[in-house]
Design a protein around this ligand. Structure first.
Ligand code: G3I
Length: 583
Protein backbone atom coordinates (compact mmCIF):
# COMPACT_ATOMS: atom_id res chain seq x y z
CA UNK A 1 0.00 0.00 0.00
CA UNK A 2 1.43 3.36 -0.94
CA UNK A 3 1.37 5.29 2.28
CA UNK A 4 2.06 8.91 2.62
CA UNK A 5 3.88 9.88 5.77
CA UNK A 6 2.64 13.12 7.14
CA UNK A 7 4.91 14.47 9.80
CA UNK A 8 3.11 16.35 12.50
CA UNK A 9 5.76 18.40 14.18
CA UNK A 10 5.49 18.51 17.89
CA UNK A 11 6.47 21.35 20.09
CA UNK A 12 9.77 20.49 21.67
CA UNK A 13 8.91 19.06 25.02
CA UNK A 14 10.96 20.46 27.85
CA UNK A 15 11.45 18.29 30.85
CA UNK A 16 10.81 20.16 34.04
CA UNK A 17 11.96 19.84 37.59
CA UNK A 18 12.12 16.35 38.91
CA UNK A 19 13.77 14.91 41.96
CA UNK A 20 17.53 15.35 42.32
CA UNK A 21 19.21 12.30 40.87
CA UNK A 22 22.63 10.97 39.94
CA UNK A 23 23.41 8.08 37.59
CA UNK A 24 25.73 5.52 39.14
CA UNK A 25 25.97 3.12 36.20
CA UNK A 26 24.65 3.15 32.63
CA UNK A 27 27.32 0.64 31.52
CA UNK A 28 28.15 2.60 28.38
CA UNK A 29 31.80 2.93 29.37
CA UNK A 30 32.17 -0.83 29.69
CA UNK A 31 32.96 -3.15 26.77
CA UNK A 32 30.57 -5.78 25.52
CA UNK A 33 31.60 -9.11 27.05
CA UNK A 34 33.31 -7.53 30.07
CA UNK A 35 32.96 -9.93 32.99
CA UNK A 36 31.74 -8.32 36.21
CA UNK A 37 32.86 -9.84 39.50
CA UNK A 38 30.19 -11.27 41.77
CA UNK A 39 30.22 -11.71 45.50
CA UNK A 40 28.46 -14.62 47.17
CA UNK A 41 27.70 -13.10 50.58
CA UNK A 42 27.06 -16.40 52.27
CA UNK A 43 29.51 -18.35 50.05
CA UNK A 44 26.85 -20.95 49.35
CA UNK A 45 28.02 -23.25 46.61
CA UNK A 46 25.23 -22.84 44.12
CA UNK A 47 24.40 -25.67 41.77
CA UNK A 48 25.40 -23.47 38.85
CA UNK A 49 27.95 -20.65 38.99
CA UNK A 50 26.65 -17.08 39.10
CA UNK A 51 27.66 -14.87 36.22
CA UNK A 52 27.54 -11.14 35.45
CA UNK A 53 28.68 -9.56 32.20
CA UNK A 54 28.13 -6.56 30.00
CA UNK A 55 25.90 -7.36 27.05
CA UNK A 56 23.74 -5.59 24.49
CA UNK A 57 20.20 -4.61 25.37
CA UNK A 58 17.93 -7.70 25.22
CA UNK A 59 15.06 -5.57 23.91
CA UNK A 60 17.11 -4.55 20.89
CA UNK A 61 17.59 -0.98 22.00
CA UNK A 62 21.01 0.52 21.38
CA UNK A 63 23.31 0.53 24.40
CA UNK A 64 25.02 -1.77 26.88
CA UNK A 65 23.52 -3.32 29.98
CA UNK A 66 24.46 -5.64 32.84
CA UNK A 67 23.32 -9.25 32.45
CA UNK A 68 23.22 -11.43 35.61
CA UNK A 69 22.53 -15.07 36.21
CA UNK A 70 22.26 -16.07 39.86
CA UNK A 71 23.59 -19.55 40.68
CA UNK A 72 23.28 -19.17 44.45
CA UNK A 73 21.45 -17.09 47.03
CA UNK A 74 22.69 -13.61 47.92
CA UNK A 75 25.18 -13.37 45.07
CA UNK A 76 25.40 -9.78 43.93
CA UNK A 77 27.27 -8.07 41.11
CA UNK A 78 30.29 -6.06 42.26
CA UNK A 79 30.81 -2.69 40.55
CA UNK A 80 33.50 -0.08 41.20
CA UNK A 81 32.12 3.12 42.72
CA UNK A 82 34.67 5.25 40.85
CA UNK A 83 35.22 7.79 43.57
CA UNK A 84 31.66 8.30 44.79
CA UNK A 85 31.73 7.79 48.54
CA UNK A 86 29.16 6.20 50.82
CA UNK A 87 28.72 9.61 52.45
CA UNK A 88 27.74 11.18 49.13
CA UNK A 89 25.39 8.30 48.41
CA UNK A 90 23.76 8.90 51.78
CA UNK A 91 22.43 12.21 50.47
CA UNK A 92 19.90 10.19 48.46
CA UNK A 93 17.06 8.09 49.79
CA UNK A 94 15.97 6.15 46.72
CA UNK A 95 17.72 3.88 44.27
CA UNK A 96 16.04 3.39 40.93
CA UNK A 97 17.03 1.32 37.94
CA UNK A 98 15.68 -0.26 34.79
CA UNK A 99 15.06 -3.99 35.14
CA UNK A 100 14.54 -6.51 32.35
CA UNK A 101 13.60 -10.08 33.15
CA UNK A 102 13.38 -12.50 30.23
CA UNK A 103 10.10 -14.30 29.61
CA UNK A 104 11.77 -17.45 30.93
CA UNK A 105 11.69 -15.99 34.43
CA UNK A 106 9.30 -18.14 36.47
CA UNK A 107 8.74 -16.11 39.59
CA UNK A 108 7.51 -12.55 40.09
CA UNK A 109 8.65 -12.14 43.65
CA UNK A 110 12.36 -11.48 43.94
CA UNK A 111 14.08 -9.67 46.77
CA UNK A 112 16.30 -6.80 45.72
CA UNK A 113 19.49 -5.91 47.63
CA UNK A 114 22.22 -3.37 47.23
CA UNK A 115 25.04 -2.08 49.36
CA UNK A 116 28.57 -0.83 49.70
CA UNK A 117 31.18 -3.25 51.02
CA UNK A 118 29.42 -5.08 53.85
CA UNK A 119 26.92 -2.31 54.45
CA UNK A 120 23.48 -2.93 52.94
CA UNK A 121 21.82 0.20 51.53
CA UNK A 122 18.66 -1.78 50.92
CA UNK A 123 18.05 -5.06 52.61
CA UNK A 124 14.50 -5.47 53.83
CA UNK A 125 13.86 -8.97 55.09
CA UNK A 126 11.18 -10.90 53.26
CA UNK A 127 10.28 -7.98 51.07
CA UNK A 128 9.71 -9.61 47.71
CA UNK A 129 7.93 -6.86 45.83
CA UNK A 130 6.46 -7.80 42.46
CA UNK A 131 9.12 -7.04 39.90
CA UNK A 132 6.78 -6.01 37.10
CA UNK A 133 6.21 -7.39 33.64
CA UNK A 134 8.69 -9.72 31.95
CA UNK A 135 10.15 -9.39 28.48
CA UNK A 136 10.32 -5.59 28.75
CA UNK A 137 12.16 -2.90 30.67
CA UNK A 138 10.40 -1.80 33.86
CA UNK A 139 11.46 0.88 36.29
CA UNK A 140 12.06 -0.23 39.88
CA UNK A 141 12.56 2.05 42.85
CA UNK A 142 13.54 1.21 46.41
CA UNK A 143 14.37 3.32 49.39
CA UNK A 144 17.93 3.15 50.65
CA UNK A 145 19.40 4.02 54.01
CA UNK A 146 22.85 5.48 54.81
CA UNK A 147 25.84 3.22 55.37
CA UNK A 148 29.27 4.18 56.73
CA UNK A 149 31.36 1.76 54.70
CA UNK A 150 34.59 3.11 53.19
CA UNK A 151 34.61 0.40 50.54
CA UNK A 152 34.51 1.46 46.90
CA UNK A 153 32.74 -1.73 45.90
CA UNK A 154 29.05 -1.32 45.09
CA UNK A 155 26.97 -4.50 45.23
CA UNK A 156 23.60 -4.85 43.55
CA UNK A 157 21.28 -7.67 42.63
CA UNK A 158 18.53 -10.02 43.67
CA UNK A 159 19.02 -12.74 46.25
CA UNK A 160 17.19 -15.39 44.33
CA UNK A 161 19.02 -18.55 43.45
CA UNK A 162 17.83 -19.13 39.90
CA UNK A 163 17.15 -15.66 38.65
CA UNK A 164 18.24 -14.17 35.32
CA UNK A 165 17.93 -10.43 34.83
CA UNK A 166 19.38 -7.34 33.18
CA UNK A 167 20.04 -3.99 34.84
CA UNK A 168 20.57 -0.56 33.34
CA UNK A 169 20.59 3.13 34.31
CA UNK A 170 21.18 2.61 38.02
CA UNK A 171 20.43 5.97 39.63
CA UNK A 172 20.22 7.49 43.07
CA UNK A 173 17.28 9.82 43.69
CA UNK A 174 16.53 12.32 46.39
CA UNK A 175 12.81 12.21 46.91
CA UNK A 176 12.88 15.25 49.13
CA UNK A 177 13.57 17.50 46.20
CA UNK A 178 12.54 21.04 46.79
CA UNK A 179 8.91 20.81 45.89
CA UNK A 180 7.92 24.40 45.42
CA UNK A 181 4.22 24.66 44.78
CA UNK A 182 4.73 28.24 43.67
CA UNK A 183 6.71 26.90 40.72
CA UNK A 184 3.89 25.77 38.43
CA UNK A 185 6.07 23.18 36.76
CA UNK A 186 6.40 21.32 40.06
CA UNK A 187 2.68 20.95 40.57
CA UNK A 188 0.19 18.33 39.44
CA UNK A 189 -2.16 20.90 37.97
CA UNK A 190 0.40 22.45 35.59
CA UNK A 191 0.95 19.16 33.82
CA UNK A 192 -2.67 18.06 33.99
CA UNK A 193 -3.77 21.32 32.37
CA UNK A 194 -1.29 20.70 29.52
CA UNK A 195 -3.04 17.46 28.61
CA UNK A 196 -5.64 17.62 25.85
CA UNK A 197 -5.02 14.24 24.19
CA UNK A 198 -7.06 12.09 24.22
CA UNK A 199 -9.03 14.57 26.41
CA UNK A 200 -8.79 17.01 29.32
CA UNK A 201 -8.12 15.34 32.67
CA UNK A 202 -9.46 16.62 35.95
CA UNK A 203 -6.97 16.18 38.76
CA UNK A 204 -8.88 16.75 41.96
CA UNK A 205 -9.12 16.41 45.70
CA UNK A 206 -11.76 16.36 48.37
CA UNK A 207 -11.61 19.41 50.61
CA UNK A 208 -12.23 18.90 54.34
CA UNK A 209 -15.31 20.60 55.75
CA UNK A 210 -15.60 23.17 58.54
CA UNK A 211 -11.95 24.06 58.11
CA UNK A 212 -10.84 27.68 57.69
CA UNK A 213 -7.34 26.82 56.45
CA UNK A 214 -8.50 25.14 53.25
CA UNK A 215 -10.43 28.20 52.06
CA UNK A 216 -7.94 30.87 53.14
CA UNK A 217 -5.70 31.78 50.21
CA UNK A 218 -2.91 32.79 52.61
CA UNK A 219 -2.81 29.33 54.13
CA UNK A 220 -0.61 26.50 52.85
CA UNK A 221 -3.67 24.25 52.90
CA UNK A 222 -5.60 26.30 50.35
CA UNK A 223 -2.41 27.03 48.38
CA UNK A 224 -1.65 23.32 48.11
CA UNK A 225 -5.16 22.74 46.80
CA UNK A 226 -5.42 25.46 44.19
CA UNK A 227 -1.83 25.07 43.00
CA UNK A 228 -2.12 21.31 42.49
CA UNK A 229 -5.71 20.57 41.55
CA UNK A 230 -8.10 21.78 38.83
CA UNK A 231 -11.26 20.29 40.34
CA UNK A 232 -12.44 20.04 43.95
CA UNK A 233 -15.24 18.34 45.84
CA UNK A 234 -16.52 18.94 49.36
CA UNK A 235 -15.74 15.99 51.60
CA UNK A 236 -18.89 16.72 53.64
CA UNK A 237 -20.02 20.28 52.89
CA UNK A 238 -22.67 19.46 50.29
CA UNK A 239 -24.23 16.40 51.85
CA UNK A 240 -27.94 16.59 52.56
CA UNK A 241 -27.46 16.56 56.34
CA UNK A 242 -25.32 19.69 56.20
CA UNK A 243 -27.13 21.64 53.49
CA UNK A 244 -30.65 21.15 54.85
CA UNK A 245 -30.30 20.24 58.53
CA UNK A 246 -33.89 21.22 59.16
CA UNK A 247 -36.84 20.98 56.81
CA UNK A 248 -36.79 24.02 54.58
CA UNK A 249 -33.79 25.57 56.35
CA UNK A 250 -30.61 25.56 54.25
CA UNK A 251 -27.05 26.14 55.45
CA UNK A 252 -24.83 27.20 52.55
CA UNK A 253 -21.90 28.85 54.31
CA UNK A 254 -19.27 26.10 54.22
CA UNK A 255 -20.13 24.86 50.75
CA UNK A 256 -20.21 28.43 49.47
CA UNK A 257 -16.67 29.00 50.80
CA UNK A 258 -15.50 26.00 48.81
CA UNK A 259 -17.23 27.16 45.62
CA UNK A 260 -15.78 30.65 46.09
CA UNK A 261 -12.28 29.20 46.48
CA UNK A 262 -12.79 27.26 43.24
CA UNK A 263 -14.02 30.32 41.39
CA UNK A 264 -11.10 32.44 42.61
CA UNK A 265 -8.67 29.87 41.25
CA UNK A 266 -10.47 28.66 38.14
CA UNK A 267 -11.13 25.20 39.51
CA UNK A 268 -14.14 23.07 38.60
CA UNK A 269 -16.38 21.66 41.33
CA UNK A 270 -17.94 18.25 41.87
CA UNK A 271 -21.13 18.36 43.96
CA UNK A 272 -21.27 15.51 46.45
CA UNK A 273 -24.06 14.43 47.01
CA UNK A 274 -27.81 14.98 46.59
CA UNK A 275 -29.31 11.62 47.58
CA UNK A 276 -27.64 9.19 49.98
CA UNK A 277 -28.63 6.89 52.82
CA UNK A 278 -25.85 8.22 55.07
CA UNK A 279 -25.55 11.82 56.29
CA UNK A 280 -28.96 12.32 54.75
CA UNK A 281 -31.80 14.63 55.82
CA UNK A 282 -31.90 14.04 59.58
CA UNK A 283 -35.53 15.20 59.82
CA UNK A 284 -36.53 12.43 57.38
CA UNK A 285 -34.68 9.50 58.88
CA UNK A 286 -32.44 8.90 61.89
CA UNK A 287 -30.21 6.38 60.13
CA UNK A 288 -30.90 6.52 56.40
CA UNK A 289 -33.10 3.43 56.62
CA UNK A 290 -35.86 4.02 59.17
CA UNK A 291 -38.79 6.16 58.01
CA UNK A 292 -38.97 7.76 61.43
CA UNK A 293 -38.94 11.45 60.63
CA UNK A 294 -41.98 13.75 60.75
CA UNK A 295 -42.41 13.26 64.47
CA UNK A 296 -42.08 9.55 64.16
CA UNK A 297 -44.99 9.24 61.75
CA UNK A 298 -42.71 8.91 58.78
CA UNK A 299 -43.49 10.05 55.25
CA UNK A 300 -45.33 8.39 52.39
CA UNK A 301 -44.13 7.97 48.81
CA UNK A 302 -45.56 11.21 47.49
CA UNK A 303 -44.22 13.21 50.43
CA UNK A 304 -40.73 11.76 50.09
CA UNK A 305 -40.69 12.36 46.34
CA UNK A 306 -41.61 15.96 47.01
CA UNK A 307 -38.88 16.20 49.67
CA UNK A 308 -36.32 14.84 47.18
CA UNK A 309 -37.53 17.21 44.49
CA UNK A 310 -37.39 20.23 46.78
CA UNK A 311 -33.90 19.38 48.07
CA UNK A 312 -32.43 18.67 44.66
CA UNK A 313 -34.04 21.65 43.01
CA UNK A 314 -33.10 24.10 45.76
CA UNK A 315 -29.49 22.95 45.98
CA UNK A 316 -28.87 22.77 42.25
CA UNK A 317 -30.51 26.11 41.67
CA UNK A 318 -28.33 27.67 44.35
CA UNK A 319 -25.19 26.38 42.64
CA UNK A 320 -26.39 26.52 39.03
CA UNK A 321 -23.52 27.35 36.69
CA UNK A 322 -20.94 26.95 39.45
CA UNK A 323 -20.77 23.17 39.71
CA UNK A 324 -19.71 21.08 36.71
CA UNK A 325 -21.09 17.78 37.94
CA UNK A 326 -23.17 16.29 40.73
CA UNK A 327 -23.21 12.91 42.43
CA UNK A 328 -26.98 12.81 42.19
CA UNK A 329 -27.26 9.43 43.90
CA UNK A 330 -24.55 7.95 46.08
CA UNK A 331 -24.16 4.30 47.10
CA UNK A 332 -27.59 3.09 46.05
CA UNK A 333 -26.45 -0.50 45.58
CA UNK A 334 -26.56 -3.11 48.28
CA UNK A 335 -23.20 -4.65 49.16
CA UNK A 336 -24.55 -8.14 48.41
CA UNK A 337 -24.80 -8.57 44.67
CA UNK A 338 -24.57 -12.35 44.50
CA UNK A 339 -27.73 -12.17 42.39
CA UNK A 340 -25.53 -11.53 39.35
CA UNK A 341 -24.19 -15.07 39.55
CA UNK A 342 -27.64 -16.55 38.86
CA UNK A 343 -29.14 -13.60 36.99
CA UNK A 344 -26.25 -11.79 35.26
CA UNK A 345 -28.29 -8.74 34.20
CA UNK A 346 -29.75 -7.98 37.64
CA UNK A 347 -28.77 -5.85 40.65
CA UNK A 348 -29.97 -5.30 44.22
CA UNK A 349 -30.62 -1.81 45.51
CA UNK A 350 -29.78 -0.84 49.08
CA UNK A 351 -32.92 -0.72 51.22
CA UNK A 352 -32.47 2.90 52.19
CA UNK A 353 -35.50 4.90 53.27
CA UNK A 354 -35.72 6.22 49.72
CA UNK A 355 -35.87 2.74 48.18
CA UNK A 356 -38.25 1.23 50.74
CA UNK A 357 -40.76 4.08 50.82
CA UNK A 358 -40.62 5.39 47.24
CA UNK A 359 -39.40 2.30 45.41
CA UNK A 360 -36.62 1.83 42.87
CA UNK A 361 -37.87 4.72 40.79
CA UNK A 362 -36.52 7.17 43.35
CA UNK A 363 -33.37 6.89 41.26
CA UNK A 364 -35.17 7.84 38.07
CA UNK A 365 -36.95 10.75 39.74
CA UNK A 366 -33.79 12.07 41.36
CA UNK A 367 -31.98 12.30 38.02
CA UNK A 368 -34.98 13.85 36.30
CA UNK A 369 -35.35 16.48 39.05
CA UNK A 370 -31.61 17.20 38.81
CA UNK A 371 -31.62 17.56 35.04
CA UNK A 372 -34.57 19.94 35.16
CA UNK A 373 -32.87 22.03 37.86
CA UNK A 374 -29.62 22.42 35.91
CA UNK A 375 -29.64 20.96 32.40
CA UNK A 376 -25.96 21.85 31.98
CA UNK A 377 -24.72 19.93 34.99
CA UNK A 378 -23.17 16.50 34.37
CA UNK A 379 -25.19 14.04 36.43
CA UNK A 380 -23.35 11.17 38.10
CA UNK A 381 -24.21 8.01 39.90
CA UNK A 382 -21.48 7.12 42.41
CA UNK A 383 -20.58 4.00 44.37
CA UNK A 384 -17.83 2.06 46.12
CA UNK A 385 -16.67 -1.53 45.86
CA UNK A 386 -17.53 -1.63 42.17
CA UNK A 387 -14.09 -0.75 40.85
CA UNK A 388 -12.79 -4.03 39.48
CA UNK A 389 -14.12 -6.16 36.61
CA UNK A 390 -15.50 -9.45 37.74
CA UNK A 391 -16.55 -8.43 41.22
CA UNK A 392 -20.28 -8.97 41.71
CA UNK A 393 -20.96 -5.37 42.63
CA UNK A 394 -19.10 -4.16 39.55
CA UNK A 395 -21.37 -6.22 37.34
CA UNK A 396 -24.45 -5.07 39.23
CA UNK A 397 -23.36 -1.43 38.85
CA UNK A 398 -22.94 -1.91 35.11
CA UNK A 399 -26.40 -3.50 34.94
CA UNK A 400 -27.95 -0.63 36.90
CA UNK A 401 -26.39 2.04 34.68
CA UNK A 402 -27.59 0.22 31.57
CA UNK A 403 -31.11 0.00 33.02
CA UNK A 404 -31.21 3.70 33.81
CA UNK A 405 -29.94 4.63 30.35
CA UNK A 406 -32.43 2.28 28.73
CA UNK A 407 -35.15 4.11 30.69
CA UNK A 408 -33.83 7.38 29.18
CA UNK A 409 -32.74 8.59 32.60
CA UNK A 410 -30.06 11.32 32.20
CA UNK A 411 -27.15 9.54 33.83
CA UNK A 412 -24.15 11.19 32.21
CA UNK A 413 -21.36 10.13 34.53
CA UNK A 414 -20.44 7.05 36.53
CA UNK A 415 -18.29 7.51 39.61
CA UNK A 416 -15.98 4.85 41.01
CA UNK A 417 -15.01 5.81 44.53
CA UNK A 418 -11.84 3.65 44.57
CA UNK A 419 -11.22 3.39 48.31
CA UNK A 420 -8.36 0.94 47.95
CA UNK A 421 -5.35 -0.69 49.60
CA UNK A 422 -1.83 -1.51 48.43
CA UNK A 423 -1.51 -3.88 45.49
CA UNK A 424 -4.06 -2.38 43.11
CA UNK A 425 -4.85 -4.45 40.03
CA UNK A 426 -5.07 -1.59 37.56
CA UNK A 427 -5.82 -3.92 34.66
CA UNK A 428 -8.97 -5.16 36.41
CA UNK A 429 -9.96 -1.54 36.97
CA UNK A 430 -9.28 -0.78 33.31
CA UNK A 431 -11.32 -3.76 32.13
CA UNK A 432 -14.17 -2.62 34.34
CA UNK A 433 -14.33 1.04 33.29
CA UNK A 434 -13.40 0.90 29.62
CA UNK A 435 -16.74 -0.73 28.76
CA UNK A 436 -18.61 2.38 29.92
CA UNK A 437 -17.32 4.26 26.89
CA UNK A 438 -19.78 2.31 24.78
CA UNK A 439 -22.63 3.51 26.99
CA UNK A 440 -21.83 7.13 26.10
CA UNK A 441 -21.18 8.17 29.70
CA UNK A 442 -18.09 9.66 31.26
CA UNK A 443 -16.33 7.94 34.13
CA UNK A 444 -14.45 9.37 37.08
CA UNK A 445 -12.36 8.09 39.93
CA UNK A 446 -14.24 10.10 42.53
CA UNK A 447 -12.79 9.28 45.99
CA UNK A 448 -9.43 7.64 45.43
CA UNK A 449 -7.32 6.77 48.44
CA UNK A 450 -4.87 3.88 48.85
CA UNK A 451 -3.98 2.85 52.38
CA UNK A 452 -0.62 1.27 53.19
CA UNK A 453 -0.06 -1.48 55.77
CA UNK A 454 2.12 0.38 58.28
CA UNK A 455 2.24 4.12 58.93
CA UNK A 456 5.39 5.87 57.78
CA UNK A 457 6.85 2.90 55.89
CA UNK A 458 8.70 4.33 52.91
CA UNK A 459 8.81 1.07 50.98
CA UNK A 460 5.04 0.99 51.17
CA UNK A 461 4.85 4.64 50.13
CA UNK A 462 6.74 3.67 47.00
CA UNK A 463 4.38 0.83 46.28
CA UNK A 464 1.45 3.14 46.99
CA UNK A 465 2.86 5.62 44.48
CA UNK A 466 3.14 2.94 41.84
CA UNK A 467 -0.48 1.97 42.51
CA UNK A 468 -1.60 5.59 42.14
CA UNK A 469 0.46 5.88 38.98
CA UNK A 470 -1.05 2.74 37.44
CA UNK A 471 -4.57 4.06 37.96
CA UNK A 472 -3.68 7.47 36.56
CA UNK A 473 -2.22 5.84 33.45
CA UNK A 474 -5.56 4.12 32.91
CA UNK A 475 -7.41 7.41 33.41
CA UNK A 476 -5.15 9.23 30.95
CA UNK A 477 -5.52 6.55 28.33
CA UNK A 478 -9.28 6.78 27.86
CA UNK A 479 -11.12 9.77 26.47
CA UNK A 480 -14.24 9.04 28.52
CA UNK A 481 -12.42 9.02 31.87
CA UNK A 482 -12.80 12.60 32.99
CA UNK A 483 -11.62 13.05 36.61
CA UNK A 484 -9.00 11.54 38.90
CA UNK A 485 -10.02 12.76 42.36
CA UNK A 486 -8.15 11.91 45.55
CA UNK A 487 -10.29 11.80 48.66
CA UNK A 488 -8.51 14.38 50.74
CA UNK A 489 -5.21 16.26 50.85
CA UNK A 490 -3.12 15.28 53.87
CA UNK A 491 -2.94 11.85 55.49
CA UNK A 492 -3.79 13.08 58.96
CA UNK A 493 -7.19 14.44 57.90
CA UNK A 494 -8.24 11.40 55.92
CA UNK A 495 -11.17 9.28 57.05
CA UNK A 496 -8.84 6.31 56.51
CA UNK A 497 -5.36 5.26 57.70
CA UNK A 498 -2.53 4.57 57.41
CA UNK A 499 -1.12 7.08 54.97
CA UNK A 500 -3.74 6.95 52.18
CA UNK A 501 -3.15 10.27 50.40
CA UNK A 502 -0.55 12.35 48.54
CA UNK A 503 0.63 14.74 51.24
CA UNK A 504 1.98 14.40 54.78
CA UNK A 505 0.35 16.40 57.56
CA UNK A 506 2.84 19.23 56.92
CA UNK A 507 1.75 19.42 53.27
CA UNK A 508 5.06 17.92 52.11
CA UNK A 509 4.41 15.65 49.12
CA UNK A 510 4.90 11.91 49.41
CA UNK A 511 6.31 9.53 46.79
CA UNK A 512 2.82 9.11 45.34
CA UNK A 513 2.68 12.83 44.56
CA UNK A 514 5.90 12.61 42.55
CA UNK A 515 4.72 9.44 40.84
CA UNK A 516 1.56 11.22 39.69
CA UNK A 517 3.36 14.43 38.73
CA UNK A 518 5.96 12.60 36.69
CA UNK A 519 3.27 10.58 34.96
CA UNK A 520 1.30 13.71 34.09
CA UNK A 521 4.49 15.39 32.89
CA UNK A 522 5.50 12.43 30.72
CA UNK A 523 2.01 12.19 29.28
CA UNK A 524 1.78 15.90 28.56
CA UNK A 525 5.23 15.89 26.94
CA UNK A 526 4.37 12.86 24.84
CA UNK A 527 1.11 14.35 23.66
CA UNK A 528 2.44 17.89 23.30
CA UNK A 529 0.54 20.05 20.90
CA UNK A 530 0.34 19.29 17.21
CA UNK A 531 1.74 21.96 14.95
CA UNK A 532 0.71 22.47 11.34
CA UNK A 533 0.33 19.29 9.43
CA UNK A 534 2.99 19.13 6.74
CA UNK A 535 2.67 16.71 3.87
CA UNK A 536 6.06 15.13 3.59
CA UNK A 537 6.87 12.33 1.17
CA UNK A 538 10.00 11.55 3.14
CA UNK A 539 10.02 10.01 6.60
CA UNK A 540 11.27 12.55 9.15
CA UNK A 541 14.71 12.03 10.57
CA UNK A 542 14.23 9.06 12.92
CA UNK A 543 16.51 6.75 14.88
CA UNK A 544 17.39 3.43 13.18
CA UNK A 545 15.23 1.57 15.70
CA UNK A 546 12.15 3.28 17.10
CA UNK A 547 9.53 2.68 19.75
CA UNK A 548 6.05 3.29 18.40
CA UNK A 549 3.28 4.65 20.62
CA UNK A 550 -0.36 5.20 19.73
CA UNK A 551 -1.94 8.58 20.40
CA UNK A 552 -3.04 7.46 23.84
CA UNK A 553 0.57 6.85 24.71
CA UNK A 554 0.32 3.06 24.66
CA UNK A 555 3.42 1.27 23.40
CA UNK A 556 2.44 -0.34 20.12
CA UNK A 557 5.79 -1.61 18.87
CA UNK A 558 9.19 -1.71 20.52
CA UNK A 559 12.38 -1.17 18.58
CA UNK A 560 10.87 -1.26 15.13
CA UNK A 561 13.34 -0.83 12.31
CA UNK A 562 12.85 2.59 10.73
CA UNK A 563 12.29 1.03 7.33
CA UNK A 564 9.51 -1.14 8.76
CA UNK A 565 7.37 1.82 9.80
CA UNK A 566 5.24 1.49 6.70
CA UNK A 567 4.27 -1.96 7.94
CA UNK A 568 2.23 -0.30 10.69
CA UNK A 569 -1.54 -0.19 10.32
CA UNK A 570 -2.90 3.17 9.18
CA UNK A 571 -3.25 5.56 12.09
CA UNK A 572 -1.70 8.37 14.11
CA UNK A 573 1.43 7.35 15.99
CA UNK A 574 4.07 8.98 18.14
CA UNK A 575 7.53 7.97 17.00
CA UNK A 576 10.72 9.57 18.28
CA UNK A 577 8.58 12.30 19.85
CA UNK A 578 7.06 13.10 16.42
CA UNK A 579 3.45 12.47 15.52
CA UNK A 580 3.26 10.56 12.27
CA UNK A 581 0.01 9.91 10.46
CA UNK A 582 0.11 6.79 8.34
CA UNK A 583 -2.69 6.57 5.82
O1 G3I B 1 -16.73 17.83 62.35
C1 G3I B 1 -17.51 17.08 63.31
C2 G3I B 1 -17.00 17.36 64.69
O2 G3I B 1 -17.23 18.72 65.02
C3 G3I B 1 -17.71 16.46 65.67
O3 G3I B 1 -17.18 16.64 66.95
C4 G3I B 1 -17.54 15.02 65.24
C5 G3I B 1 -18.30 14.12 66.19
O4 G3I B 1 -18.86 13.05 65.48
O5 G3I B 1 -18.07 14.83 63.93
C6 G3I B 1 -17.35 15.62 63.00
O6 G3I B 1 -17.91 15.38 61.73
C7 G3I B 1 -17.46 14.17 61.14
C8 G3I B 1 -17.07 14.51 59.68
O7 G3I B 1 -16.68 13.31 59.00
C9 G3I B 1 -15.90 15.47 59.63
O8 G3I B 1 -14.77 14.86 60.15
C10 G3I B 1 -18.61 13.17 61.13
O9 G3I B 1 -18.87 12.77 62.45
C11 G3I B 1 -18.19 11.97 60.29
O10 G3I B 1 -19.31 11.10 60.16
C12 G3I B 1 -17.78 12.41 58.91
O11 G3I B 1 -17.33 11.26 58.21
C13 G3I B 1 -17.36 11.42 56.78
C14 G3I B 1 -18.01 10.18 56.22
O12 G3I B 1 -18.06 10.27 54.79
C15 G3I B 1 -19.41 10.01 56.72
O13 G3I B 1 -19.97 8.88 56.11
C16 G3I B 1 -15.96 11.53 56.24
O14 G3I B 1 -15.38 12.76 56.65
C17 G3I B 1 -15.97 11.47 54.72
O15 G3I B 1 -14.64 11.34 54.21
C18 G3I B 1 -16.74 10.25 54.25
O16 G3I B 1 -16.82 10.29 52.85
C19 G3I B 1 -17.61 9.25 52.28
C20 G3I B 1 -18.18 9.82 51.01
O17 G3I B 1 -18.96 10.93 51.32
C21 G3I B 1 -18.96 8.75 50.27
N1 G3I B 1 -18.13 7.59 50.00
C22 G3I B 1 -17.55 7.01 51.20
C23 G3I B 1 -16.72 8.04 51.93
C24 G3I B 1 -16.13 7.43 53.16
O18 G3I B 1 -17.13 7.06 54.07
Amino acid sequence: MNKTFITLLCAAATMTATADEITLFDFEDFNLGDAVAMRDYYSEDGTTPSKAEITSDPSGKAGKVLHVKNGSWNTLAELPLQGITAEEISEYDLITFDLYRPDSETDDYRQFRCGIGDGFLHDVENEFLHQGAKGQWVKRTYSISPVSSTSDKFYIGFNSVDMEYYLDNIRLVSSSDDYDMNNPEETLRYHADRITVPAKIGIGCAVPAWNDEVVNDNNIAAQTIYNNFNIVVGENQMKPAYLQPKKGEFSWWDADRLVNLAQRHDMEVRGHTLVWHSQTLPWVTSDGYKNDGNGGKGYNREELLQILKDHITTVMTHYKGKIREWDVVNECLDDNQSIVYSQPTKYNLRNSVWKTVIGEDYLDSAFVYAHRADPDAILYINDYGADFKGDAKSEAYYNLVKRLLKSNIPVQGVGFQCHLGLGVDASKFENNVKRYADLGVEVSLTELDITTWNAGDYEQHIRQGEDYRALLEVALKYKHIRNFVVWGVTDDKSWRSPDPLLFKSNYKPKYAFFALRNTLEEWADRAAGIEDIEVDEQLPELSPYVDVYDITGRLVKQQLEREQINSLDPGLYIIDRKKILIR
